[in-house]
Design a protein around this ligand. Structure first.
Ligand SMILES: C[S@@+](CC[C@H](N)C(=O)[O-])C[C@H]1O[C@@H](n2cnc3c(N)ncnc32)[C@H](O)[C@@H]1O
Length: 335
């Protein structure tokens, strides 16, 4: 048996893959899924609900059926279950702000080929440069919180913090993990350490969630500044792929040194497979480094275990947290 001769089909499909993101973003922008929920009985009803042409509605229907975001329902259409839960506006579970978030990187990704030839300055912190403002931080964290609060509740179902007293939440953003921990454990206080623009926003979230007395926020560049003492839990979530091994290694060591004896560290981060062949989101987070001129690089579970064990942590474990997106590594400082 000879191997089938390769064709261009797979490559052609991949060259169109960006249109799939475009259809998702466009549907969110016009409220297509909300209209399907309200008026999915026919293309005409959806068009009327949205106030767009029937032709454009039909174009979107064929595209959304093809990518599996809507399904046929008798003569009409319904949203796929995840779309119904997360992309119908006004539902408490609406996460459209986050699912649409990366639309703003559209133009930058189009320049990847150019960026690859740039010299490697490697000095820009994460994705953040001088143009980062409080307004940007606010809209960013309204988006991250739309999924982060749920992720934090899941984290707390999997991690028992009973008896713990003080959390340092490195790059805590909206403060989602600290806020949910403070809600669940009345004796816990937490400090969100983040960039000055984000600190303003984290305080707003803590106030909105009525835990501002126990969840504070302080400006700190976790790659350079010292950490306050007295914490028995340190976490750093969704920051891993913005930084190189060297940076993460030093942050983990600094966290180990700052923790109380017997304390624990957690990182829920975008790790790539041991053989570097996926999953897509952690891999593309690392590719961001080329667009941002940051130190972003891929980290595997073994790399992360090395950062923890070399710092002195014991009982180091990696488990899946959000499939294909976040792995969770934890370790304990000997008591
Ligand atoms: C993707 S968000 C994650 C927020 C939060 N941990 C969560 O999981 O919802 C990353 C956060 O890390 C912060 N960050 C990135 N680099 C940082 C640094 N060097 N020092 C402090 N905060 C940093 C960003 O400002 C942002 O708020």
């Amino acid at each position: 048996m000879t191997e089938p001769r390769p064709t261009t089909v797979r490559l052609q499909k991949m060259s169109w893959a960006f249109t799939e993101s475009a259809v998702l973003f466009g549907a969110i922008e016009v409220g297509f899924f909300t209209a399907v929920d309200r008026a999915g009985g026919s293309a005409e009803a959806i068009a009327a609900d949205l106030g767009i042409s029937l032709a454009n509605t039909q174009r979107m229907i064929v595209a959304l059926l093809t990518v599996g975001l809507i399904e046929r329902d008798g003569e009409g259409f319904r949203n796929a279950p995840d779309v119904e839960r997360f992309l119908v506006r006004d539902k408490p579970s609406y996460a459209g702000a986050w699912i649409h978030w990366f639309h703003h990187r559209w133009g930058e990704w189009g320049k990847l080929g150019q960026r690859l030839a740039d010299p490697e300055p490697g000095e820009v912190m994460g994705h953040y440069d001088d143009s980062f403002t409080v307004e940007h931080a606010r809209s960013y964290h309204q988006a991250t919180a739309s999924v982060g609060m749920g992720a934090a509740r899941k984290f707390l179902r999997e991690v028992d913090l009973l008896g713990r007293r003080k959390i340092l939440d490195l790059g805590g953003g909206s403060g989602a993990y600290s806020i949910q921990a403070a809600k669940q454990y009345p004796e816990i206080t937490a400090v969100v350490l983040d960039l000055p623009e984000v600190v303003v926003v984290a305080r707003e979230f803590a106030t909105e969630h009525e835990v501002a007395e126990r969840v504070s926020a302080e400006a700190c560049d976790f790659t350079a500044d010292p950490f306050p003492g007295g914490a028995d839990v340190i976490m750093m979530n969704s920051n891993l792929p913005m930084y190189s091994a060297e940076v993460i290694r030093s942050v983990v060591q600094k966290a180990f040194d700052a923790l109380e004896p017997g304390g624990e560290m957690h990182i829920c981060g975008e790790m790539v497979n041991e053989d570097w062949n996926g999953p897509l989101i952690p891999v593309m987070c690392a590719v961001h480094g080329a667009l941002d001129h940051s130190t972003a690089l891929p980290h595997t579970p073994s790399d992360c275990i090395g950062y923890f064990e070399d710092a002195g942590f014991r009982d180091v474990r990696v488990r899946e947290f959000i499939p294909d997106i976040l792995q969770h590594i934890s370790g304990r400082k000997p008591g």
